[in-house]
Design a protein. Structure first.
Length: 154
């Protein structure tokens, strides 16, 4: 039986706090078998991860996948650099944008799509400190409004 659907394994909420996400791309990721089992167990962290382009290939740095507890000698280094799988023209386009316009590539989430591990990469621009404060104030105001509406409807 083939598994279908999307199951999110991890999200990078810090990326949405620190960056404006301009575009999102889906990429495959090259993993070892024990890493996939560890991801299924939910033991990964995207918080400080970022992507780079080198020699026409896309790599993710700083993504931590904890060693699989039953993996013994087959476990890889938890923070090793992993290759992402995308079409050549997409990688070239992203590389051109990152080189010129002050964009950066940040992994936003890692998920299973039909039993395959996929990673969502965002083309992001950094936020300034005052932008972060304004975004936090806006979220607080929205939360207060929602609370007031909910209280009134009871």
């Amino acid at each position: 039986m083939k598994k279908t659907g999307v199951k999110i394994a991890a999200q990078n909420r810090k990326a949405f706090h620190d960056y404006y996400v301009e575009e999102k791309y889906e990429a495959g990721i090259e993993l070892a078998g024990t890493e996939v089992k560890s991801i299924r167990a939910g033991t990964l962290n995207l918080k400080d991860a970022y992507c780079t382009v080198k020699d026409g290939e896309l790599f993710v740095h700083g993504m931590h996948i904890s060693p699989y507890e039953k993996g013994n000698i087959f476990n890889k280094d938890p923070v090793r650099v992993r290759r992402l799988l995308m079409h050549k023209r997409e990688i070239r386009k992203l590389h051109a944008l990152v080189k010129q316009d002050g964009y950066t590539l940040v992994p936003l989430s890692l998920y299973f799509r039909d039993a395959r591990v996929k990673i969502e990469v965002g083309l992001c621009k950094g936020k300034k400190t005052y932008d972060k404060r304004a975004a936090a104030a806006q979220m607080d105001a929205k939360r207060e409004i929602d609370r007031a509406i909910r209280a009134r409807n009871r």
